[in-house]
Write a protein that binds this ligand. Structure first.
Ligand SMILES: [Zn+2]
Ligand SMILES: [Zn+2]
Length: 276
């Protein structure tokens, strides 16, 4: 009997220790990790400026995703191009040649995390280069602006196109959304590119305030010239969002990251390093 009791205690200890080893470490301070979520080479940038001045120009756009680590949970911002592109040299989709070095999940493993550790996932908007790997996070809660989810599921073939979003737990919001309730990570309502397009504000202790653009701008020069893609849902709304974003950037003295701008992204710390 004593032997049995001892065996049970040893087994219980082993299970407890194993569970502890598997639990993720909670960060003491806010951290912002940058993931390479693919590259888009545009054969013709014409559609990226309603002014017509980008016609017959080409560009390479970075696909970028971010992980915000907060003591109350992890938030993934955007999920990039579809993960199967990582197994190909490149693939052509309409105006774009797409390529990818590593999937999001592979990059998460490099910082000691797995998809189930990510409590919250949000996408700046429902375009294919931001939603591609959401299927890798089936246990996360999807945070989404009400107008974006409505616009996504009003599209043709939406049930198929956005099938990976359907089983997710969903938290819908309007206006801005304070993710952890302390003002440190706020999803910003910035409509125009799409009806419920969003940007992200992260208040880091050392780096200071950071604003992540979503597709409010696709390039640094578009930000400077205030160019609006002709394929945007609403140009007037886009310009209003740009004005709000720039006012916020000025008032906060924020570091602005244009997610598709390679010059912005290459300056960010490469994994396993992060901004804090
Ligand atoms: Zn977009
Ligand atoms: Zn995009």
């Amino acid at each position: 009997m004593r032997q049995l009791l001892l065996t049970c205690l040893v087994a219980l200890f082993a299970i407890t220790t194993m569970n502890c080893a598997q639990a993720k470490a909670t960060p003491s301070a806010l951290k912002l990790y940058t993931f390479d979520c693919g590259t888009l080479q545009a054969a013709d940038m014409d559609g990226f400026s309603s002014a017509g001045d980008y016609a017959n120009t080409t560009a390479t756009l970075a696909g970028t995703c971010f992980l915000v680590r907060h003591k109350k949970g992890d938030l993934l911002w955007d999920t990039g191009l579809p993960g199967d592109i990582a197994s190909q040299k490149s693939t052509v989709s309409g105006n774009f040649t797409l390529s990818m070095g590593k999937t999001l999940v592979t990059q998460l493993f490099e910082i000691g995390l797995k998809p189930a550790d990510v409590e919250f996932v949000t996408v700046s908007h429902g375009h294919f280069d931001h939603t591609g790997q959401v299927g890798s996070f089936p246990s996360s809660t999807w945070l989404v602006h009400k107008k974006e989810v409505e616009a996504m599921f009003a599209k043709r073939n939406a049930q198929k196109r956005f099938a990976d979003f359907i089983p997710l737990k969903r938290k819908t919001f309007t206006g801005d959304y304070d993710v952890f309730g302390d003002g440190s990570v706020v999803i910003l309502q910035m409509p125009g590119h799409t009806p419920g397009h969003t940007a992200l504000k992260v208040m880091l202790a050392k780096t200071g305030p950071v604003l992540i653009s979503g597709d409010l701008y696709h390039q640094a020069k578009s930000r400077k010239l205030k160019r609006v893609p002709s394929f945007n849902d609403n140009e007037v709304q886009t310009r209003e969002s740009m004005a709000r974003f720039e006012k916020m950037a000025r008032e906060l003295g924020a570091k602005v990251i244009v997610q598709h701008e390679q010059a912005d992204v290459t300056k960010l710390p490469a994994l396993p390093r992060f901004l804090d």
